[in-house]
Design a binder for this molecule. Structure first.
Ligand code: FMN
Length: 104
């Protein structure tokens, strides 16, 4: 899993050391995707704004999401910075421009 350093998600991951991946079994809800994929937890409460219903996980303390009921419960085993020099130049320039603030 790749998470940019400036994401709200990064701080949450560092604190919790675990996370869930919530997969829809039917058509994904466009409103949930829009809020969770484009808004930041720095600015809004995504659970509230997207109307997520949280359900306890079986093996970790981080909940899953009722609307997306295939829940993969994960623990962070290790983290490392991406090695930009290993990414093909065209992708690096397009996706990881170094003169742009990548926080959000
Ligand atoms: C389809 C899709 C895939 C995404 N994948 C990633 C990803 O792999 N890593 C990442 O850091 N951001 C990814 N993003 C961007 C974050 O979801 C987005 O910036 C979000 O607003 C971050 O919220 P946060 O600040 O609460 O962490 C993706 C967005 C979309 C729509």
């Amino acid at each position: 899993m790749y998470v940019r350093q400036g994401r709200f998600t990064k701080g949450q991951l560092d604190k919790a050391g675990e996370f869930t991946i919530s997969v829809p079994l039917e058509n994904p809800d466009p409103q949930i995707n829009k809020i969770c994929g484009w808004q930041s937890g720095f600015n809004i409460d995504k659970v509230k704004e997207a109307g997520l219903e949280l359900v306890d996980a079986d093996t970790i303390n981080t909940p899953g999401v009722k609307q997306y009921p295939l829940t993969i419960e994960c623990k962070v085993l290790y983290a490392q910075d991406q090695d930009l020099s290993k990414i093909p130049e065209d992708i690096r320039e397009k996706t990881y421009p170094q003169d742009v603030d990548g926080t959000y």
